[in-house]
Design a protein around this ligand. Structure first.
Ligand code: ZN
Length: 368
């Protein structure tokens, strides 16, 4: 059960009890989504849970202060660290795509290398590492905000870039009807798919960009999250920050949630270029100057992706795709003696190479 802001407030037991014995537990979670104080229907504390940064539970056996008398006892609620379901027989947390070993601070199987590895971010090279070793700043419930597939045919010099994403929209504003939400979902899908497409030439390759985005309206943020929407956007009526003339926000509340979150003014979504601009933030691009899609000012904004938008969004990745697609030879660096060096021969390894990357979550929450 979730409250109006999408926070988990209660979990019902899966053990079927008689009517007299059935109980409900109310969970009070911290900023990471870990339930810390569980209470019964009368408000009595049934259990308290404290965690080390990487998720090991601080039990009474570890400290003198946390005694069973003040509620540090085991209970039947399975939702534990960051909302993961804890398996006490395996000592692992169920993290949907993988099992997380909270005792080792590592996932038990590697991440797909092409999904979430970045040359500039050494923490991303370790495929077992949890949350880039920043467990107090982020959580990793499922990942996947947008997936970008790049394919280049080196013979014909043609490339294909396909972006795939899911967006769930919801509202708490009673002035916005369900019919309005349905129209907004259609408009957002049409605007994003229409703007993030076209042909751009870079380094002699003609790239054809296309976008497939599914947009659905949900009754609240929790329903969108349960459905598995990669991005969850609140629809607001009017500017979300009138004092500063802010019409949409890419990251309000997004930092401590697993998905990319935001608040968009439904009026500017319906009449302007808000959806496609904010989608650029989803792909990891900040606000940029000039007559481009990523200009903050709607009146100075190009309504569709320009060559510059393409470069900001995919420039590094298409270069990396071609680097990986080329044949390399390993030579010894004689000056340093022991070192071996990879040398690009300039020859394509094969005519058709795929490259996939996932839009970053942490980079864009602060922009609007
Ligand atoms: Zn912006």
């Amino acid at each position: 059960m979730y409250d109006a802001s999408g926070k988990l407030v209660a979990e019902y037991s899966t053990v079927v009890e008689s009517v007299e014995n059935a109980k409900v537990a109310y969970l009070t979670a911290d900023h990471l989504g870990s339930p810390r104080i569980n209470t019964d229907r009368d408000g009595n504390v049934t259990a308290r849970h404290d965690y080390m940064p990487f998720g090991e539970e601080i039990t009474p056996a570890l400290t003198a202060q946390r005694t069973t008398g003040v509620g540090y006892v085991g209970d039947a609620v399975r939702k534990q660290f960051t909302g993961y379901e804890r398996d006490n027989e395996l000592n692992l947390d169920y993290a949907k795509a993988r099992m997380y070993g909270y005792g080792h601070w590592r996932f038990t199987s590697p991440d797909d290398f092409l999904n979430d590895s970045d040359v500039a971010d050494p923490q991303s090279w370790n495929l077992y590492v949890y949350c880039r070793n920043n467990p107090l700043g982020c959580t990793d419930p499922t990942g996947k905000e947008a997936v970008v597939n790049i394919t280049v045919d080196e013979k014909t010099k043609k490339g294909k870039i396909v972006i795939a994403a899911t967006i769930g929209i919801w509202t708490k504003d009673t002035r916005i009807s369900q019919a309005d939400m349905k129209k907004a979902a259609e408009k957002i899908q049409k605007d994003i798919q229409g703007a993030w497409k076209g042909a751009v030439n870079k380094d002699g390759i003609e790239y054809e960009v296309s976008t497939v985005v599914s947009v659905r309206a949900f009754k609240d943020a929790a329903a969108a999250e349960d459905y598995g929407s990669g991005n969850i956007i609140e629809m607001a009526k009017g500017p979300i920050d009138p004092d500063n003339n802010v019409d949409s926000n890419a990251g309000s509340g997004g930092f401590f949630t697993g998905h990319d979150a935001g608040r968009w003014n439904i009026d500017s979504v319906m009449s302007g270029t808000t959806a496609q601009h904010e989608f650029g933030h989803l792909l990891g691009v900040d606000n940029k100057p000039g007559f481009t899609l990523m200009n903050t000012d709607p009146s100075a904004r190009h309504p569709t992706m320009t060559a510059k938008d393409f470069d900001w969004t995919f420039g590094r990745e298409v270069t990396e795709q071609r680097r990986q697609a080329r044949l390399t030879t390993v030579i010894e660096d004689r000056e340093r003696g022991w070192r071996r060096k990879e040398v690009d021969t300039g020859q394509p390894r094969s005519s058709n190479q795929h490259y996939t990357f996932r839009a970053p979550r942490l980079a864009w929450w602060k922009s609007r």
